[in-house]
Design a protein around this ligand. Structure first.
Ligand SMILES: Cc1ncc(COP(=O)(O)O)c(C=O)c1O
Length: 368
C-alpha cells in the first residue's frame, strides 16, 4: 500500500521530541497562548521575513479574520481563483462580500491575471493569490495588478509553507499572508492551527484582538471578537517541526522530479510543468497530474494499493454553498476543465524512490 500522505512516519521519527514538547505544556498547565505560541509566532515571522505573525485556530479563520481586520465589508468584492479549497472564499462570503471567481492558467493552475483584468470592477477591494499545491503565484504580476486597482493582497499560503517567489517567501508579500497547519500540510500540527503574517503592526494587533474575544487585556473588550487562538500544544508541536520544513520541502521537490520524469512518456498523462532549477518556487504540497479516463485510473490505482485524491473536484463557483450567487458553468472554463482531469498522487517528504517508481509503473500499466 502506498499512502497518500504518511504522517505516522514523521511521528515515529521525532517521537521523543514531540512527547517532550507536549509534556512540557501539560506540566506547566499553561494551555492557552503562553511561551510556546509566542516562540512559534516569532520563529515563523523570522522565517517568512515579516514583522509579525499571529497564531489563530485554523487557515479558514486566518482568511476570515484577515478580511475583517482589513475592514472589508458587505458589498466589497474580492477576486479569488476558481481552482482552490472552499475556505479561500468562506470568510469573505460570511461577511457578505462579493466573491468573484477568476479563472486559472492552464500551465500553473493558479490565478490568471488576464481573467482578473476582465472581472475587476469599482467594487473590487482585494485579490487573493492562492499558492495552490505549493506553487508560488507570480507575485510581480499580482503586485502590479493590486497597485493599478488599489487592492489589498490577501495571500492564501495555506499550501505553500516555505515556497518563494524570486527569493521572497509566499505569505510575506500581501497586506496579510494566511497559513494553515492542518496535519497534512507541509508544516502541519496534530490538529487544527493557523497563522496570519503581516508587515503591518496595526493589522497584527487587530487580528490578535479579533481572535481573542476582542481583548488584549483580561476582561477589557474593545471590539467584539471571536475565540480563534493557536492552541498551545499545537504551537509546541510546530516548534519541533519548524526545524525540518526546508529539508522536507527539498525532499518533496526531489520526489516531484522523479515522478515527472517517469510520467513524461505516458501520452494520456500531463505531469505538472515546473522549472527544475527553481526548487524554491514550488514546495509540492501536492503532486497533481492531468489524465485521461480519470475515474477509471483512480479506481485502478486504489485497487493496486495506491491512494490518490482530487484537489479539487468542484471549482469554487460551482459549489452548492454558493448557489445563491448564481454563477453557473462557463465563467471559468480552464478551472472547470481541470476539475474533471486532475488527480493527486501520493506525496510526502518520506516517500521513497521505490514507492514513486511503483506508483508510476501502475499508471503505465493502466494505459498500456
Ligand atoms: C488553499 C487552502 N485554503 C484554506 C485552507 C483552510 O485551512 P484550514 O483547514 O486550516 O482551515 C486550506 C486547507 O485545507 C487550503 O488548502
Amino acid at each position: 500500500m502506498i499512502p497518500f500522505v504518511d504522517l505516522k512516519q514523521q511521528y515515529a521519527r521525532h517521537h521523543d521530541a514531540f512527547e517532550k514538547a507536549i509534556k512540557n505544556v501539560c506540566s506547566s498547565s499553561s494551555f492557552i497562548l503562553g511561551t510556546e505560541v509566542e516562540r512559534f509566532e516569532k520563529r515563523f515571522a523570522k522565517y517568512l521575513g515579516v514583522k509579525e505573525c499571529v497564531g489563530v485556530a485554523s487557515g479558514t479563520d486566518a482568511l476570515w479574520l484577515s478580511c475583517r481586520a482589513l475592514g472589508l465589508k458587505k458589498g466589497d468584492e474580492i477576486l479569488i481563483p476558481a481552482n482552490t479549497f472552499i475556505s479561500s472564499a468562506s470568510g469573505a462570503f460570511d461577511l457578505g462580500m462579493g466573491i468573484v471567481p477568476v479563472d486559472v492558467e492552464p500551465e500553473t493552475y493558479l490565478i490568471d491575471i488576464k481573467d482578473a483584468e476582465k472581472k475587476v470592477s469599482d467594487k473590487t477591494k482585494a485579490i487573493m493569490p492562492v499558492h495552490l499545491y505549493g506553487r508560488s503565484t507570480d507575485m510581480d504580476a499580482i503586485k502590479a495588478f493590486a497597485e493599478k486597482y488599489k487592492l489589498f493582497i490577501i495571500e492564501d499560503a495555506c499550501q505553500s509553507h516555505g515556497a518563494m517567489w524570486k527569493g521572497q517567501r509566499t505569505g510575506s508579500f500581501g497586506a496579510v499572508g494566511c497559513f494553515s497547519f492542518y496535519p497534512g500540510k507541509n508544516l502541519g500540527c496534530f490538529g487544527d492551527g493557523g497563522m496570519v503574517a503581516t508587515n503591518d503592526l496595526k493589522i497584527a494587533e487587530k487580528i490578535r484582538l479579533l481572535g481573542n474575544c476582542g481583548s488584549l487585556k483580561k476582561y477589557v473588550h474593545d471590539i467584539s471578537g471571536y475565540n480563534s487562538r493557536l492552541d498551545t500544544i499545537q504551537a509546541a508541536v510546530l516548534n519541533v517541526k519548524a526545524d525540518f520544513i526546508d529539508e522536507w520541502n527539498d525532499r518533496r521537490f526531489r520526489a516531484a522530479c522523479r515522478y515527472a520524469d517517469a510520467l513524461s512518456c505516458i501520452k494520456e498523462v500531463a505531469p505538472p510543468v515546473f522549472d527544475r532549477g527553481k526548487s524554491a518556487e514550488n514546495v509540492f504540497h501536492l503532486f497533481v497530474i492531468q489524465c485521461e479516463r480519470r475515474s477509471e485510473l483512480m479506481q485502478y490505482l486504489n485497487a493496486e494499493g495506491v491512494q490518490c485524491g482530487i484537489h479539487y473536484p468542484t471549482p469554487l463557483h460551482l459549489h452548492k454553498a454558493y448557489e445563491s450567487l448564481g454563477f453557473g458553468k462557463g465563467i471559468c472554463p480552464v478551472a472547470e476543465k481541470l476539475a474533471d482531469r486532475i488527480l493527486s498522487l501520493p506525496m510526502f517528504p518520506e516517500i521513497t524512490d521505490a514507492q514513486i517508481d511503483e506508483a508510476t509503473q501502475i499508471v503505465k500499466n493502466f494505459y498500456k
